[in-house]
Design a protein around this ligand. Structure first.
Ligand code: URA
Length: 434
């Protein structure tokens, strides 16, 4: 077999065999296939797509490119969660300690920012001392000891996905159904959970721009899950406007901590409760979705979810000083208000554009070697449906760079659209696919 023949075959839109896909995945993981050869094949897959069979074979080959964790020795029902990505998406930071406080064991391998979307690992690493790269035994031990661990893809779990994930980011090949489905499902299969809840985001700030594509992606992931004996539920959620109000790493941690203490933006709450209820259902803790939501709300009100977050952070070496006292959370040098130019109602906040602005401020990477600035980002004060007065502050820009503040302000103003007619707030939950 030869990588050039495989690239040529996909370039000509022909179906690759299981053996050809395995040859590519193993060769790339072992560095016998170069980045530029992999880039050519990934671009051909991006343009020509893959059949369901090819996507399944790619997922399984990537899952088996490293270790497959066996969590059965823990004797706990482990339910995993993953999102297809979004802007202001701090769901994992709130949801996972919350469900862990209700008795679901959480063993979560998260990703870094991809394209214009943020990543949970970058957010966790904005907490001083928090170690996302821990040894596999410690990871399993943490889940056993406190019922939750959240780590990065540094263990030998789906290493092929780790390489392909950053390659796709660097060559603008992220928004592809077979590449996203195989990336997510390979990680979920490798990290050992038997049950999986997936947040499939839809809209401007998601990789799937419309419901039809999101449903197709959801169905592919469910069928890969079935083949690998992993029960998978997909929840389609709205990502047309950013989720919650804050976009940026530490800004999102701050919003998540407030949410865990009960001060939760409405859209974030709807997503957290829906995903959480399905996680409790799959874990066998509460079959009835509405009762499960009540249990989740109870554990926010009684402080158990917040306590579990503190326990998670401490257990992974993080400093809880300013989580305990949000007044002392470090801030960027400049916090610049953005004033509305007109009165009316907000009818659109383009999540992708907001994500790009946050990325340009330094909250995300343009090249994979770039360092993230954990303090910068955007704090919105309005959501779609909000009433606005002329000259009212609609957002704050958090930045360390004085010179580009005027340009960023102008860009942000262009993404928040205001009109005279009343605008409806957006629904957070679109559809459940089981
Ligand atoms: N999340 C992933 O893990 N992979 C993707 O390709 C997109 C989102």
């Amino acid at each position: 077999m030869n990588i050039l023949e495989i690239i040529e075959k996909k370039r000509e839109n022909q179906e690759l065999t299981k053996e050809e896909i395995e040859y590519f995945v193993n060769g790339y993981t072992e560095e016998n296939i170069t980045d530029y050869q992999a880039a050519a094949l990934v671009m051909a897959i991006f343009i020509n797509g893959m059949t369901k069979q090819e996507t399944t074979n790619l997922s399984l080959a990537m899952a088996h490119s490293g270790e497959i964790l066996d969590l059965s020795k823990l004797n706990k029902i482990i339910v995993d969660k993953h999102s297809t990505g979004g802007v202001g998406d701090k769901v994992s930071l709130v949801l996972l300690p919350l469900v862990a406080s209700c008795g679901v064991a959480v063993a979560k391998m998260s990703g870094r920012g991809l394209g214009f979307t943020g990543g949970t690992v970058d957010k966790l690493e904005s907490i001083p001392g928090y170690k996302t790269a821990i040894d596999v035994n410690k990871f399993v031990e943490n889940v056993d000891k406190i019922g939750i661990s959240m780590i990065s893809q540094t263990l030998n779990l789906a290493p092929a996905d780790k390489k392909l994930y950053s390659l796709r980011d660097a060559i603008s090949c992220v928004e592809s159904i077979p590449l996203i489905a195989s990336s997510i499902m390979s990680k979920k299969i490798a990290s050992g959970a038997q049950k999986i809840v997936l947040d499939v985001t839809v809209g401007s700030g998601a990789f799937m721009k419309n419901r039809k594509d999101a449903e197709k992606l959801a169905k592919e992931m469910i069928s890969i899950g079935k083949l690998a004996d992993r029960q998978t539920v997909c929840i389609l959620t709205n990502m047309d406007e950013p989720l919650g109000y804050n976009i940026g790493n530490l800004l999102e941690v701050e919003e998540a901590v407030k949410a865990l203490k009960g001060d939760m933006p409405e859209d974030l709450e709807e997503v957290v409760l829906e995903l959480g209820a399905y996680m409790l259902k799959l874990a066998g803790i509460e079959e009835d979705i509405e009762k499960a939501k009540k249990l989740l709300v109870k554990n926010i009100k009684n402080g158990k979810a917040y306590k579990k977050f503190l326990e998670l952070v401490k257990n992974q070496g993080g400093d809880t000083t300013y989580i305990l006292d949000l007044e002392n959370i470090p801030k960027s040098k400049y916090i610049e208000p953005v004033y509305s130019k007109s009165s009316g109602y907000v009818y659109k906040i383009d999540a992708k554009k907001v994500g790009k602005i946050a990325c340009d401020l330094g909250a995300g990477r343009k090249k994979k070697e770039d360092k993230i600035d954990k303090l910068v980002g955007i704090e919105l004060l309005k959501k779609v449906g909000s009433k606005v007065q002329k000259d009212e502050v609609i957002a704050y820009i958090h930045s360390d760079n004085y010179d580009n503040l005027e340009i960023v302000k102008k860009e942000l103003l262009q993404t928040v659209k205001i009109r005279q007619e009343v605008a409806e707030k957006q629904e957070a939950i679109i559809k459940i696919i089981e």
